[in-house]
Design a protein around this ligand. Sequence first.
Ligand code: FES
Length: 359
Amino acid sequence: MSSQDIPEENLPQEQGAAHGAAGHGSTAVAQRADDNPFADPGLPAHKPRIQDIDERAAKRSERAVALMFTLSMLATVGFIACFVIFPVDKLVYIWPFGRVSALNFSLGLTLGAALFFIGAGAVHWARTLMSDQEIAAERHPIEAAPEVKAQVMADWAAGNEESGFGRRKLVRNTMFGAMALVPLAGVVLLRDLGPLPEKKLRTTLWAKGKQLINMNTMEPLRPEDITVGSLVFAMPEGLGYDDHEFQKEIAKAALMIVRIRPDDIKDKRELEWSHEGIVAFSKICTHVGCPISLYEQQTHHVLCPCHQSTFDLADGARVIFGPAGHALPQLRIGVNTEGNLEALGDFAEPVGPSFWERG
Ligand code: FES
């Protein structure tokens, strides 16, 4: 479509004016522009900021920006200091997060502050001190002119000829080989992701005679502590929150304990592995390993918050909904001579995600 075909009121002002001047006269065009409710109003008039007209305000903004960049520098120095000062296994209590690694917390805090203050300083600088004049840039065709395209193709052909890329096949082919092999170096580095887990993920700290410890009170659990409808989390005796390996071990050994009326338990093995209806299941979802904590006491269903896998604790913790591929492993429990709940062995199968070979 040529500009001849476009209604004049839709043409850019200059073009429309020129067109109008040639055909009908500028007075008529101005008249139509006044009547056109969709005419481009152009950019609003620039309003100077306080910093544009008051040098003292500009200086204040400058100092604020400098302060933020200085805080960023201090935070970076703090980051390095924390890296040196805190041992990797030091835990601290920080409200409201609870017990966290001092090193991770301090590194995250200082690095976050360093980046935040760089960003805040840059934004403040741009908003208060840099020019805020709006400028409209006209669009131009981006396609190269035919003669430029022809020149590029000629240069390409000349470069190909001069490099001998097409003629010297030995050089070309060995270069392809070298480039194909280089990524293998990165694949080899994957070996550094750590030693293979071997059997470590197939066993947990649970063993015959290990008492079940309430994770909230850190006291041994007794059958009378667990009422129908309640949900209690337990970990093995001997494991403490301060232990170096705590996170690794609890990620495999965490238990959910509920009491179900024995008549309501549908799975025969589950009933045999329970104590007076008290059943202990792994708290680690068999989909991708989220900790499960939502218990519906009327139905005895537990729901994983990550992808909504739902397990029926009254029926061997089988999956009744969601992407998990296996029932939650059950821990066989009993009561020791002191009247405390204890494990009667380790889990019979690996806990956690379903990709483990089970057999
Ligand atoms: S991790 Fe539990 S449903 Fe995905």
